[in-house]
Design a protein around this ligand. Structure first.
Ligand SMILES: [Zn+2]
Length: 182
């Protein structure tokens, strides 16, 4: 699975998915007033992606409304909310409970406190989200929450690791949008 972290083609494919999600959001128009949306991407500090894609990972696709000026930020498979690390990194590196944060931190060249924060996010914040509460019952038997995110990834049936990861990123992408689509 970890080779996805070093594969620019995989990251570029995620960019294409984000472009598609953005096009769909634009078609739905402003989520406040249904007004027309204008491109208003904002800069992000990408970390955890290959150097070859750093430029395209420096922008989060976003829109502002031409009528009421509200911002609509489409769902993303690359970025989760305000977190600066790309979602892929978050997904792959969040360690299962019990594995040493310091080992993973060394492996991925990120600070130990970052790995601990990811673990906390999966173990606490993620499980409190309206999103997770609304979808967790689709899984039978229930997903072992102490094993997140790997236990969730394991529930997807796509043939390759990359495809399962993309499926999972799409699945949780509603978490990445700032404007709730009604
Ligand atoms: Zn509007």
């Amino acid at each position: 699975m970890c080779h996805a972290l070093h594969d620019p083609a995989f990251f570029r494919f995620l960019t294409q998915i984000d472009a598609q999600l953005a096009a769909e959001a634009r078609e739905r128009r402003c989520c406040e007033c249904a007004g027309p949306l204008h491109v208003a991407d904002f800069p992000r500090k990408p970390r955890g992606c290959p150097a070859a894609v750093r430029e395209e990972y420096s922008w989060r696709l976003s829109f502002t409304c031409g009528r009421c000026d509200a911002r609509t930020t489409p769902a993303s498979v690359r970025f989760l909310g305000r977190r600066v690390y790309v979602a892929t990194m978050l997904m792959l590196v969040s360690p299962p409970a019990g594995s040493a944060a310091s080992t993973l931190a060394g492996l991925m060249a990120v600070p130990v406190r970052t790995v601990r924060r990811w673990r906390r996010w999966w173990q606490r914040d993620f499980q409190r989200t309206v999103f997770w509460r609304s979808v967790r019952e689709r899984f039978a038997p229930p997903v072992a929450t102490e094993g997140l995110p790997q236990s969730l990834l394991a529930r997807f049936q796509q043939p390759t690791g990359h495809e399962r990861l993309i499926r999972l990123l799409r699945f949780i992408s509603p978490l990445s949008t700032a404007c709730v689509i009604k």
